[in-house]
Design a protein around this ligand. Structure first.
Ligand code: SF4
Length: 209
C-alpha cells in the first residue's frame, strides 16, 4: 500500500474511534459542501496519489480552475486575509460534483479532518460561529480530527523528503494542474518554475522546504 493510502486509512479509522469515544456526532452530510469552497493545501505526494484517479472531466475542470487559482495566488498571496478573500470568491473545488466529493475515497487528508458537530450554516462564508466551544479548533470545526489530519500530513511530508530531498506544499487544484503539466522533481527547477509563475513563498504561496 502506498504511503498516502496508508495514512488516509489510518486517519479515517482514528477519527471514527475518537468520535465514538467522545460520543460526538458530526453534522457533515452528503450534499453539504460549503467547506469545499475553501483553500485546501496539500503536499506533492498527496496530489500525486490523487491524480491517477481523476476522470477526464475532472482533469479538464482542474486545468481551468488550477490556472485561475495560480493567477489569484500570484496577486493575493501576501494578503493577510487571503483564505477569507478566496472563500468569498465562491469558487467550488473542481472535484465537487453535484454537491458531492467526486474523489471521496481519494480526497486529501485536510478534507478528511475538517468536521463539525455544529449547525452547517456556520460553514458558510461570512457566517462565523458566535461562540465556538473548547473542543472546537479552527472556527467551529472539531479540534482533534483537525490535529490528527495535520499529524498524518506531517508523516507524509517526511516520506516526501526521503523521496525527493525536499517538500513541496501548494493548493489542491493548482498543484494537480502543475503536476499534470509536468512539475520538475528537482528542488532548484521546481523553485524556478514556481518563482516564474509568481506563486512561490509569501504567507499563502507555495512552499518548498
Ligand atoms: S477534494 Fe472533495 S472534499 Fe476536498 S474540497 Fe474537493 S470536493 Fe471537497
Amino acid at each position: 500500500m502506498e504511503a498516502f493510502e496508508r495514512e488516509a486509512g489510518a486517519l479515517d479509522e482514528a477519527i471514527r474511534d475518537f468520535l465514538a469515544w467522545k460520543g460526538l456526532g458530526v453534522s457533515c452530510r452528503p450534499g453539504c459542501f460549503a467547506c469545499c469552497h475553501g483553500w485546501v493545501t496539500l503536499s506533492r505526494l498527496e496530489a500525486q496519489a490523487l491524480l491517477p484517479h481523476l476522470t477526464e472531466a475532472q482533469r479538464a475542470r482542474v486545468r481551468a480552475e488550477g490556472a485561475w487559482r495560480l493567477a489569484f495566488l500570484k496577486e493575493a498571496k501576501d494578503n493577510p486575509r487571503f483564505p477569507e478573500r478566496f472563500f468569498l470568491q465562491r469558487r467550488p473545488c473542481p472535484l465537487l460534483e453535484g454537491g458531492l466529493c467526486g474523489v471521496y475515497a481519494h480526497r486529501p487528508l485536510a478534507c478528511r479532518g475538517l468536521l463539525t458537530d455544529e449547525d452547517p450554516r456556520y460553514c458558510e462564508p461570512g457566517n462565523p460561529h458566535p461562540a465556538p466551544k473548547p473542543h472546537h479548533g479552527p472556527g467551529h470545526h472539531l479540534r482533534v480530527p483537525h490535529r490528527m489530519a495535520r499529524m498524518a500530513m506531517e508523516r507524509l511530508w517526511e516520506e516526501e523528503r526521503r523521496r525527493y530531498g525536499f517538500l513541496l506544499l501548494g493548493e489542491l487544484a493548482s498543484l494537480l494542474y502543475l503536476l499534470e503539466e509536468g512539475l520538475p522533481t528537482s528542488r532548484e527547477e521546481a523553485e524556478d518554475r514556481l518563482e516564474a509563475l509568481g506563486v512561490l513563498g509569501g504567507r499563502f504561496g507555495y512552499q518548498v522546504v
